[in-house]
Design a protein around this ligand. Structure first.
Ligand code: HEM
Length: 400
């Protein structure tokens, strides 16, 4: 099977999971891209250097509405880790990776536990029902990522608002364009402030590192900081909220995550990550050579998107993949991607989700959806899967 970008290939509909692990699909107004829907094909696409992350390429898949037309307006300095290829990508990633190693992140556990505890202590004060994402998952995720980056005060709320627009459904193009411009402008001010008065935060470290090597470019640091915030806030907030929603339906998982036994809580978190695969379509690439994958010829110039959700529900790897099953071995799932672009913040995200959910269900063992409030649907229109409506919970035992 071959696909030719720009020649109007039809969408290959249906076909079942097992027939081919490469499909051709249209994303909005693009000419079409391949979609890898198998576990092994995901890994092949993600690690093969013949698949480029260059967002400037005219056939780079614009999966999300806010990406459409954006590359044409982009400047070279605006690229971040996710838009670079080796060796440039390796050089920049090496400078930031030491801040996100498993060991370094483990040292942050007491700090994250404090943030979570403070939020939990206030959660139901003066309220019988609360919106779990707004009052808990969101604040925990924002305090952590902003604390690391050195962002404080009213700026946090403004960046959260930009994030909601930039990672949302992208329906209102002019809103996306103005949020993008305002965010970039404030990021520039923020980096300049840190440059003038450095602290002990990640932003100051990055500036110092690039200055030490005499390769400092304010615009580039601005983009890296923006990318870390955008990738690190909404994803983790959504995953904590979605995780809570799933656990509310699964008493044995609540008991497991509240047990405090490290191996057990980690296993629940991994199954939540696999099951929800919230960053489903972010692994997008463009072929810079002709590549054979799973019996398909991907032509030079074809766009390719590798689906984490499809890979994580590949029945040849995960038995009964649509079931949420804390007894399974969920790793090595690919919820954090694979290969050189594998998620920079994976250890941080795991830590936050684990600490937040285990403390939440330990402190409030009777947590349930508040009476007369519907169970929210799952939203699929943004960059990350999340809750389509507020998750309103009470800490009182359910009456039924
Ligand atoms: C549940 C939470 C998260 C999920 C599911 C997730 C998922 C992913 C995935 C699938 C990729 C790979 C994209 C690709 O293949 O091109 C990725 C990349 C990335 N993630 Fe995460 N992520 C999460 C949290 C975080 C956090 C907390 C941070 C904060 C540091 C972060 C920062 C990044 C960055 C900077 C990249 C780009 C890496 C590169 O291109 O080298 N993510 N993430």
């Amino acid at each position: 099977m071959t696909g030719k970008a720009g020649q109007g290939n039809p969408i290959i509909a249906g076909g079942g999971r097992r027939r081919s692990s490469m499909k051709w699909a249209m994303f909005g107004e693009t000419t079409g891209s391949w979609v890898a829907i198998g576990y092994n094909t995901f890994k092949q696409v993600a690690r093969d250097p013949r698949f480029s992350s260059n967002h400037f390429h005219p056939n780079f898949p614009s999966v999300f509405p806010m990406q459409r037309g954006a590359a044409r307006k982009m400047q070279k300095e605006w690229r971040t880790y996710s838009g670079m290829d080796v060796p440039e990508h390796t050089a920049h990633r090496r400078k930031v990776a030491p801040e996100f190693t498993a060991r370094r992140i483990a040292e942050l556990r007491p700090w994250v536990q404090n943030i979570v505890q403070e939020r939990l202590d206030r959660l139901f004060k003066g309220h019988e029902n609360v919106d779990l994402k707004l009052s808990f998952a969101g604040p925990v995720a924002s305090e952590v990522i902003c604390g690391l980056l050195g962002v404080s005060g009213r700026r946090i709320e403004t960046w959260i608002q930009h994030s909601a627009i930039l990672l949302g459904d992208g329906a209102d193009r002019s809103r996306v364009a103005s949020a993008s411009a305002e965010f970039r402008e404030d990021l520039g001010r923020f980096v300049a402030e840190k440059d003038a008065a450095p602290g002990t935060d990640l932003t100051s470290h990055l500036i110092a590192e690039y200055r030490r090597e005499s390769i400092y470019c304010q615009e580039q640091i601005r983009e890296f900081v923006g990318a870390i915030f955008l990738a690190g806030f909404e994803s983790t907030a959504s995953m904590i909220a979605l995780g809570a929603l799933t656990l509310l339906d699964t008493p044995e998982a609540v008991r497991a995550i509240a047990s405090g036994v490290p191996g057990v809580t980690k296993r629940v978190v991994d199954e939540l990550l696999r099951f929800h695969s919230i960053a489903d379509l972010v692994t997008a690439r463009v072929a810079v050579d002709t590549v054979e994958i799973a019996g398909c010829t991907i032509l030079k110039g074809d766009g390719v998107v590798a689906s984490t959700a499809a890979a994580n529900r590949d029945p040849s790897v995960f038995t009964d993949p649509d079931a949420f099953d804390i007894g399974r071995v969920s790793r090595p799932h690919v919820a954090f991607g694979y290969g050189p672009h594998r998620c920079l913040g994976e250890h941080l995200a795991r830590l936050e989700i684990e600490v937040a959910l285990s403390a939440l269900f330990t402190q409030f063992p009777h947590l349930s959806i508040a009476d007369s409030h519907p169970k929210p649907e799952i939203a699929t229109s943004g960059v990350f899967r999340g809750l389509a409506a507020p998750l309103i919970v009470t800490s009182k035992p359910s009456e039924c």
